[in-house]
Structures are given as structure tokens and as C-alpha cells.
Design a protein around this ligand. Structure first.
Ligand code: TYD
Length: 205
């Protein structure tokens, strides 16, 4: 089963990811992330830091996804493992739709088309949602932020995510990121166990 954690910067999904390591240790999940742990992931981080051309950046994110699928996600799912990824394809749809606005005619369609047919759709996606002001106060001081971490960008990104959650209610679970982090982690861990038990989320090969 493939579970993904999504949300804007400052939404606490990396904290949630870390908490799930402990709460779900008995299930021996594969914990992973995008941008990934390969040199392609390093190239993405460099691209973010250097603020290169948005199309270059977007395609690097997709390349990182391909490497992530090939080296981590597909092998783990083939072994029947539970995979929990901190960010995944919805990050691309939500963020790069914003960065590619005015550069590519229909950014979201273009991004989705780049994934169609070879990528793997998550079985379950937890979307951490919170007021933008709260997210901004949780982030580093303004000067030290990545170029995505601006109010105008994060507002649009979160609205994109919420639209995806509305369009795919059977995959998305919206999580109130203002709750206590322990409560969030327990809720999500419980929901993952429920999905595993119900078996309805078993991946057909
Ligand atoms: P993030 O998960 O915040 O990594 P870190 O904790 O190392 O900073 O991801 C880095 C940034 O990249 C974040 O602002 C979201 C953005 N991002 C995209 O724009 N598109 C993507 O496809 C992914 C995976 C991340």
C-alpha cells in the first residue's frame, strides 16, 4: 500500500512522517520522500536553491519522481511493503501549477500528462491543512526561505491541494494541522491501520 503525506511548507507533514516511524514500527514500513535521496534529488535541491528556470525545475522534480519510483517505491511495493512518502506527485501538481503559470498554457494538465501511464497513484493521501499565517510563522525567517515559501505561492498551492481533495475524496483525507501533533499522528496511524485491515486498498498487480 502506498501512502503519501502532502501539504504546504510549514504544515507539519515532516513531523508527522517522523512520528509515524515510531507509531507504525511494527508494520516495518518503508519511509521515503520527494525530493528523494538519490543524486537526482540532490540536483532538485540545487535547482530550488539556485532558482533556475521553472520548466527546468519542474522537469527535474519529475525526473526525481522517476528515480524515486524505480529505486524505492516499485521495489518496496513489489515486496508487499507499506510505503509512506513525505511528498509525492500531488506536490508537483500543487506547486508547479503555480510556478509554471504564464509559462506553460495549462500547467496542471501538462504536469499530470507527464505522470500518466507510468507513475503510481497513491492508495491514500493525507493532506495537512492550516491557515497560511500559521504556516508562515512556523517557517524560517523570510530571508532564509525557499522561493516557494511565500504567502502568495503557499495560498495558491494550498487551494490547489484542497481542490484535488474535493475531486478525489476516496483517496484524500484532509487533516487539521492545527491539532496537537500527537493527536494528528495517532489519527493518521490509526487510519493507515484501518486501510490495511480493510484490504480494500490492496494493490492489484
Ligand atoms: P520539502 O519537502 O520542504 O523538503 P525540505 O524539507 O528538504 O525543504 O520540499 C522542498 C520544496 O520543494 C518545498 O517547498 C516543496 C517543493 N516541491 C515542489 O515544488 N514540487 C515537488 O514535486 C516536490 C516534491 C517539492
Amino acid at each position: 500500500m502506498l501512502v503519501t503525506l502532502e501539504g504546504i511548507d510549514g504544515s507539519g507533514k515532516s513531523t508527522l512522517h517522523a512520528a509515524l516511524r515510531e507509531l507504525l514500527a511494527d508494520l516495518d514500513p518503508v519511509f521515503t520522500r520527494e525530493p528523494g535521496a538519490t543524486w537526482v534529488g540532490d540536483a532538485v535541491r540545487r535547482a530550488i536553491a539556485e532558482q533556475i528556470d521553472p520548466v527546468t525545475e519542474a522537469t527535474l522534480f519529475v525526473a526525481d519522481h522517476a528515480a524515486h519510483l524505480a529505486t524505492v517505491v516499485r521495489p518496496a511495493l513489489a515486496e508487499g511493503k507499506l510505503v509512506i512518502s513525505d511528498r509525492y506527485s500531488d506536490s508537483r501538481y500543487a506547486y508547479q501549477s503555480v510556478t509554471l503559470q504564464g509559462i506553460i498554457p495549462e500547467p496542471e494538465q501538462w504536469l499530470r500528462a507527464m505522470h500518466n501511464g507510468w507513475s503510481i497513484i497513491p492508495d491514500r493521501t493525507f493532506l495537512c491543512v492550516l491557515p497560511i499565517d500559521e504556516a508562515l510563522t512556523r517557517l524560517k525567517p523570510a530571508g532564509a526561505r525557499e522561493h516557494f515559501e511565500k504567502r502568495e505561492v503557499l495560498e495558491k498551492v494550498q487551494n490547489n491541494y484542497l481542490a484535488y481533495a474535493r475531486n478525489e475524496p476516496s483517496r484524500f483525507v484532509v487533516v487539521d494541522a492545527m491539532l496537537e501533533k500527537e493527536a494528528i499522528a495517532e489519527f493518521v496511524a490509526g487510519a493507515i491501520r484501518q486501510d490495511l485491515k480493510s484490504g480494500k486498498k490492496k494493490r492489484k498487480k
